[in-house]
Design a protein around this ligand. Structure first.
Ligand SMILES: [Zn+2]
Length: 420
């Protein structure tokens, strides 16, 4: 007898049962005969692998308005505001806020999270706190930490040493922010340092790269060159790359060929970049997003992140990954049938590649029994309706449940699904 059986859920256009045994998926198929110690009626619900947050800042989350609100809405006022808030960081403060967000995420089916953590702090307070949170939350959410030098590797006192110290303490991934270094040369040099540390400590790389509307910000080519030189390819991620949305086509097309050779991953953060970028423009006003659709069409791995939830860069947010997917459909104009589905994949299977966990992720026999049940018949409708997430299963155990929603109009129940 199986531990748990889900009956009659939607998966890839079919209606299936899913058996869980020993924390793993034991069988998937229509009308399976085996009984389960527990049986769950999944009729009308989509079976999905868990959502993956591939770019968030758990150390800055839930600080919006402290010590002041970001009134200009720019990246730079965000960095200034954070520099002020950072002075009052404590272990307890960081742990409390990060744990709160991780619990929100888990309740909404996000079971893998890659979080950047600011290393430009002589005490590395947030680094130490998030390393503790990573261990404490391990049974519910798997967290990867990226050592992120918010104020620069070469432009902040002892920036490189602090970055390395974070890796020694156990941070999983090496970060960078070349476009915020004081000069172009320092930016290129900072990318080289990130890769040297990655090779020295055998860690992946995830760089905040060209998060600006400046068409002259060209550190993505430096990241691609380092990925090719080191052969690190799929272990390398370029986050944001919003300047690519402002490059002229002659340069962007040439670069695309190099990117295909480099095989690096991309993370776009559509909620944040549609609000942060374009702030220096009057009209026409740029969208400030990287070329999500074109990267995807070129066979490159693109995933989507939330980036910020209620912090100096973005005062809104819930952590629900359907929201960045929904925003990407609009901002990247990915409205074709396959394109909408691709945006769903960008917060699930594509993000698994970005995090380097694709070999132990997904709804297949032998994989961990981690899944999400949504009120939708397929991925397209899940995005269209920002579908309610009804159940989250982690390692074969139900960890979160949401009661079915029911709306009435003039006293009569009304069905708002109209799925097609
Ligand atoms: Zn970020």
């Amino acid at each position: 007898m199986a531990d748990l059986v889900l009956r009659g859920g939607y998966l890839d256009g079919e209606t299936v049962d899913l058996l869980i045994q020993g924390g793993q998926i034991a069988a998937i198929g229509p009308q399976l005969e085996a009984a389960g110690a527990t049986e769950i009626d999944a009729r009308g619900l989509l079976l999905s692998p868990p959502f993956i947050e591939s770019h968030i800042h758990l150390d800055t989350t839930l600080t919006a308005g402290e010590p002041k609100w970001n009134e200009s809405g720019t990246l730079f006022e965000g960095i200034e505001t954070w520099a002020a808030r950072k002075k009052s960081l404590s272990r307890e403060d960081v742990m409390r806020r990060a744990t709160t967000l991780l619990r929100w995420q888990a309740a909404q089916g996000v079971l893998h999270v890659r979080s950047h953590v600011d290393t430009t702090d002589p005490e590395l307070t947030a680094v130490r706190a998030l390393l503790e949170v990573r261990e404490k939350m391990r049974d519910l959410v798997e967290v990867q930490l990226v050592a992120f030098p918010q104020e620069g590797i070469l432009s902040f006192p002892k920036g490189a040493e602090l970055l390395e110290e974070a890796l020694r303490l156990g941070v999983d991934v090496v970060g960078g922010i070349p476009h915020y270094e004081l000069t172009r040369d320092m930016g290129a040099q900072s990318v080289a340092i990130s890769f040297q540390l990655a090779e020295k400590y055998s860690r992946p790389v995830d760089i905040h790269c060209d998060e600006t509307d400046d068409p002259q910000s060209r550190f993505l080519e430096v990241v691609a060159a380092e990925a090719i030189r080191t052969g690190m390819g799929e272990m390398v991620t370029a986050s944001h790359t919003t300047a690519m949305g402002s490059y002229d086509d002659a340069y962007a097309f040439k670069l695309m060929g190099f990117l295909r050779r480099a095989r690096i991953n991309f993370v776009a953060n559509p909620l944040i970049n549609i609000t942060l970028q374009g702030r220096m423009d009057t009209y026409p006003k740029r969208r400030g997003l990287t070329r999500v659709k074109e990267l995807w069409q070129n066979g490159l791995n693109v995933s989507l992140g939330y980036d910020d939830v209620m912090d100096p860069w973005y005062s809104l947010g819930t952590g629900n990954m359907l929201q960045p997917a929904h925003m990407a459909v609009h901002v990247a104009q990915m409205t074709g049938r396959a394109e909408v589905v691709a945006c769903y994949d960008m917060v699930t299977t594509h993000a698994a590649r970005t995090l380097g966990i694709a070999d132990r992720y997904g709804l297949a026999v032998g994989r961990p029994a981690d899944l999400v049940l949504l009120e939708a018949k397929d991925k397209w409708n899940a995005i269209r309706r920002l579908a309610p997430i009804r159940m989250v299963i982690r390692g074969g155990r139900v960890v979160a449940e949401t009661t079915a929603s029911r709306t009435t109009l003039l006293g009569e129940p009304i069905d708002l699904s109209a799925e097609r």
